[in-house]
Design a protein around this ligand. Structure first.
Ligand code: NAG
Ligand code: NAG
Ligand code: NAG
Length: 215
């Protein structure tokens, strides 16, 4: 019974989340000769695109960190100007050198039912010059409703991104079509309320990878 309820909630939510018809784009071109070591340090989210039209990641930053068990990504955000939140995902590094920028992120949920304990999402670096900008992309497909969700980060080493870097960062998005909805619906990050009212540094589920399993 509970399973049925969970499933229904799940499917209802999925309709709002997966909105673009069909599968994820194939053969997405990524940054050539990607060097993970140069990607370390803090990145500010300067612009983002979320295909479900939600804007849940104000003042977001991304930062790689090394722990004894591997390389992790710390994705942080400020919730409604009030709370500081972050999520930690483990980075899985591709074994093939040609596809070095085809990273994957693994999130672990200790208290989840067994088949939901770990969730893996693509995290592809489409372009970067390491010092100014980076374009990162993820996509999730739901076979059940035959639709996908896409999220694009335009990242900047500085809180604001200069015009030239922005142009370079947007360029790889042309592979999704010349006047595509990603470019048109790119949201500039609002950095006005980046000092949270309450300091509450707790790990939470990531807002950019909201869907637990491929369904
Ligand atoms: C993640 O990043 C945020 C913002 O930089 C920081 O406040 C938080 O402590 C970091 N979390 C971990 C576990 O390093
Ligand atoms: C992000 O900022 C926008 C504009 O200021 C605001 O409407 C929205 O509620 C904020 N979202 C979060 C999750 O803080
Ligand atoms: C793309 O959009 C621009 C501005 O809206 C327009 O001038 C141009 O014709 C469009 N190109 C295509 C291929 O649709």
């Amino acid at each position: 019974m509970i399973n049925i309820i969970i499933f229904c909630v799940f499917v209802t939510n999925a309709y709002g989340y997966f909105t673009i018809p069909g599968k994820c784009p194939e053969n997405v071109a990524v940054q050539e000769d990607f060097r993970l070591a140069d990607f370390y340090g803090k990145w500010y989210q300067a612009y983002h695109y979320s295909s479900d039209g939600q804007n849940l990641n104000n003042c977001s930053t991304l930062e790689l960190m090394t722990r004894p068990s591997g390389i992790y990504l710390n994705q942080s955000r400020i919730d409604r100007g009030l709370f500081h939140r972050y999520s930690i995902g483990k980075i899985e590094i591709p074994t093939r050198v040609e596809g070095a920028a085809n990273l994957e992120l693994i999130f672990a949920y200790k208290n989840a039912p067994r088949r939901l304990k770990t969730r893996k999402y693509p995290f592809k670096v489409l372009a970067t010059n390491y010092n100014y900008y980076a374009t990162v992309y993820t996509c999730q497909y739901s076979p059940l409703i035959d639709k996908h969700f896409m999220y694009v980060w335009i990242l900047s080493r500085n809180p604001s991104l200069n015009v030239v870097s922005k142009e370079l960062a947007m360029k790889p998005l042309q592979q999704f079509g010349v006047n595509n909805s990603i470019q048109r619906n790119m949201v500039k990050e609002d950095r006005n309320k980046c000092v949270p009212k309450y300091y509450d540094d707790v790990p939470l589920e990531p807002m950019t990878f909201r869907f637990p399993v491929p369904i």
